[in-house]
Design a protein. Sequence first.
Length: 240
Amino acid sequence: MGEIPLYVSLTFIAVVIATFGFLVYAARVASPGEKDFSPTVIGTYIIVLLFVTALLSYNGYYLNFNERPPRLIISILVVVASIVVIFSTKAGRSYVQKMPLTTLTYIHIIRVPVEIVLWWLYKEGQVGVLLTFEGINYDIVSGITAPFAGLFLVGMRSKSKFGALAWNVIALGLLVSIVYHAVLSTPYPFQKFGFEQPNVAVFHFPYIWLPTFVVPAVLFCHIASIYKLITSKDEEEVYE
């Protein structure tokens, strides 16, 4: 991997720290009891995840593109499995219900600096233009509109259950679209896009944290928000 300007890596690390903070805060709100160690467990899990994936990427573990199944995909699936476990258990779903919808909405602001980082990486020849807002990546719209969704759809200014649900579904669609194109732009045998410049940044530190932590975190928050909006019958319960 070529030499990337330090400000690019520092900006992305700041995004990771902010994402971690949002999630731990949501966990703390959902665990008001002094003897509830859920936030500590969640925080520890994330830290271990970040450490292990960083160590593996630093040692070039993810650079074997001919391995079956792809090593990066395995790491991503492990994290996705954690999300599946949460929503497949009654205790997990109950815990999600207690998370503040505002926090689950405001976290999407991080998608603005993420898109800026991707654009910088494109300029450095580490991702293709397809994965930036100059290409077909419109995910930055989710980040730009997140403060307005937080204020006027789920916040103190006003609330709209339908509007919040619609915003989450649209933003989730944008996320799925860019993930689809990002996966098929990697230099694996099944690559379909970005042959002029494959998506190689995500195999290196610290950008390995984009597919293994930041994207799953954003995915979780969308699913959690949609779940709360659909299943909560009590108006106060939805927005707490």
